[in-house]
Ligand binder design. Structure first.
Ligand code: PGA
Length: 251
């Protein structure tokens, strides 16, 4: 079975110097003992420096996004192959801030997923409903629709891994997570949909479902107890090493 995974998404909160400082603090505080998988996702511009800091540590490096082409005239974009060269092992795809602020579509998410897998990187695919959709009781429909579109024509091979993050859009940065029991029901739907698409053994052994949206050192325990929750994608509470470690310690 894969270990729990706790991912820090630092978004656009720091400059590279601050990202290096936080990486050093986490490296020192977490040491070598940790059995869980810890991933930090700095800004693109901080990746190289953080990668240097994390060498010889058990903390892994992730990117906040990637483009679907590997080279060419795509101003401002970053290819998965370059991310791999820099030392990334994970890539966040389809975060709701990209879907919402930058118009990222399910089709783009699908192309990014294919490119990330083709470069032997592990995708962290984000799906989640808006507040309006939640009020209308459409959560499962929306989440499963995003999921099936993301995986359209994606053929997985035996040793590939997936992380699927259920992140209700309305809970992100809101200081108010979804109820853990509600998240459990969504995890069950996600798992069932993946089983419809891929072999059961693949889903059991290669996929981790995680929760994101206002996770902090106080509420993390409610989620870590859920049998289908294998970790967290943490934004705000990952910006402080002590708070992030409190969350890690729930698993
Ligand atoms: P938050 O962000 O923990 O600040 O709610 C989570 C995310 O955006 O992944």
């Amino acid at each position: 079975m894969l270990p729990s995974i706790i991912i820090a998404n630092w978004k656009m909160n720091f400059n590279p110097k601050e990202e290096v400082k936080l990486s050093l603090a986490l490296k020192e505080e977490l040491g070598e003992k940790n059995k869980k998988e810890i991933v930090v996702c700095p800004s693109f511009i901080g990746l190289s420096q953080v990668s240097e800091v994390l060498k010889k540590s058990k903390i892994k490096l992730g990117a906040q996004d990637a483009f679907w082409q590997s080279k060419g005239a795509y101003t401002g974009e970053i290819s998965p192959s370059v991310l791999k060269e820099i030392g990334c092992e994970y890539v966040i795809i389809g975060h709701s801030e990209r879907r919402g602020c930058l118009g990222e579509t399910d089709e783009m998410v699908n192309r990014k997923l294919a490119a990330v897998l083709a470069n032997n990187l592990t995708p962290i695919i984000c799906i989640g409903e808006t507040l309006e959709e939640w009020h209308e009781g459409r959560t499962h429909y929306v989440v499963l629709n995003q999921l099936t579109k993301a995986f359209k024509n994606i053929h997985l091979i035996q040793d590939e891994q997936l992380v699927v993050a259920y992140e209700p859009v309305w809970a992100i940065g809101a200081g108010r997570p979804v109820e853990p029991e509600e998240a459990q029901l969504v995890f069950e739907s996600i798992r069932q949909t993946l089983i419809d698409l891929y072999p059961l053994s693949f889903v059991n052994n290669n996929v981790r479902l995680i929760y994101g949206g206002s996770v902090d050192g106080k509420n993390a325990g409610g989620f870590s107890r859920l049998d289908l929750c294998s970790g967290f994608l943490v934004g705000g509470a990952s910006l402080d090493s002590a708070e992030f470690i409190r969350i890690i310690n729930y698993f």
